[in-house]
Write a protein that binds this ligand. Structure first.
Ligand SMILES: Nc1ncnc2c1ncn2[C@@H]1O[C@H](COP(=O)(O)OP(=O)(O)OP(=O)(O)O)[C@@H](O)[C@H]1O
Length: 356
């Protein structure tokens, strides 16, 4: 197995701002690394640079002994970009999957065995004789995935492979990708803006913005204890609520004096940003656990979306969103008091954005 080491990687398109800027990252051998971040943050560009289909402006990408630099193109059989668009339209799925295997030294029989095994693994057998235009979007995605696996590259690269699939198929293929990764152990880099996919798949999660890494680490750490305010905001849908507060021994309050609760998380007085994820808020009543903070919310909108109910409103002048499991009872004054447990409160430095 081979890891991927990126050192000061930069890609500048002609006349543009850097799509990837001085980015360094070490992806251990066999890891499932997920790149996430908003549109335009550089995820696809980074994948294309690793795949070698786009040239580097500066920096080095090492995939084992295969080294890519701006002045030296790397080998193109090292990292495989899984892309349904690149299936050849005039060939059957079988031919698409077997193409190139025999020229890379496999016997016809071994190539056939490999293709049939991959087709079995991805439930593609009935569609093998058809062309890409004659199968569903899900089958095309699975065919691209099967083709990549048959080639046994050192690294597999995915760019939003679930984007155009219906929800049930999405979940099934997401699980399959994870299982195939576990079975093959091939180092994988996967780009998505979907937070749930990112958290479900990653061993190493990389939050990107403006072509740079905001924060990287195990997904549970980034979700539960983000080190940076920006990473906390980017890794959440809806994003983490952020309120500017004064915290001292008596508790937390907003600049207009609104008291947010008695249980302070700080021992000395500081001005900070309080962060709380929408899904960690609950309606405060007699049965609620002891809250670390209370938010008196003036409700502006309630969206009932199946199992989730989104409550949008304001605390003082600041917007707040809660994701609840039931419709809250809203008082005649249009208010509801929400709570969050102390362990679900995050404090960030006002200037640096670092976790306090
Ligand atoms: N061929 C190109 N020429 C000029 N600029 C480009 C080109 N490709 C990408 N960019 C710019 O580079 C930046 C990063 O784009 P990239 O597609 O890598 O982001 P992304 O995170 O994958 O976005 P998305 O989630 O929308 O796919 C963007 O500002 C984009 O406009």
């Amino acid at each position: 197995m081979t890891g991927i080491v990126l050192t000061d990687v930069t890609r500048i398109h002609r006349g543009g701002a850097p799509a990837v800027a001085n980015l360094s990252l070490e992806i251990p051998a066999g890891a499932f690394c997920v790149l996430t971040g908003p549109a335009g943050s550089g995820k696809s560009t980074l994948l294309r640079l690793i795949a070698g289909v786009e040239p580097l402006t500066a920096g080095v990408i090492e995939i084992g002994d295969a080294v890519r630099q701006s002045w030296r193109a790397g080998r193109d059989d090292v990292a495989e970009l899984v892309d349904p668009q690149s299936l050849r339209p005039r060939r059957t799925l079988y031919d698409n999957m077997s193409h190139g295997l025999t020229t890379h030294g496999l016997s016809r029989k071994d190539a056939q065995e490999r293709v049939l095994r991959a087709a079995d693994d991805l439930a593609l057998a009935p569609a093998l004789a058809r062309r890409p235009a004659q199968v569903s979007a899900g089958e095309r995605s699975r065919a691209a995935l099967a083709r990549a696996f048959t080639r046994r590259p050192r690294a597999l690269l995915f760019d939003e492979p679930l984007a155009n699939l219906e929800p049930r198929e999405r979940l099934a293929l997401r699980r399959r990708i994870r299982e195939l990764h576990r079975a093959s152990g091939v180092t994988t880099v996967y780009a998505t803006h979907d937070v749930a996919d990112a958290l479900a798949l990653a061993d190493l999660l990389v939050v990107m913005e403006n072509g740079a890494v905001v924060e990287a680490g195990p997904p549970a750490e980034l979700y539960d204890r983000p080190r940076r305010r920006r990473a906390a905001e980017l890794l959440g849908a809806p994003p983490m609520n952020i309120l500017p507060v004064r915290a001292n021994q008596t508790g937390l309050s907003l600049e207009d004096g609104t008291h947010l609760g008695g249980a302070s998380v700080m021992t000395t007085a500081v001005y900070a940003y309080l962060g709380v994820r929408p899904e960690r808020l609950f309606v405060l009543d007699d049965a609620s656990p002891q809250p670390g903070a209370k938010l008196p919310v003036t409700v502006e909108e309630v969206e009932a979306a199946g199992a989730d109910v989104y409550v949008h409103g304001r605390v003082g002048a600041h917007p707040v969103t809660a994701r609840l499991t039931g419709r809250p009872e809203i008082g005649p004054d249009g208010r509801v008091v929400l709570g969050a447990r102390r362990e679900h409160l995050h404090m960030f430095d006002v200037e640096s954005g670092e976790r306090l």
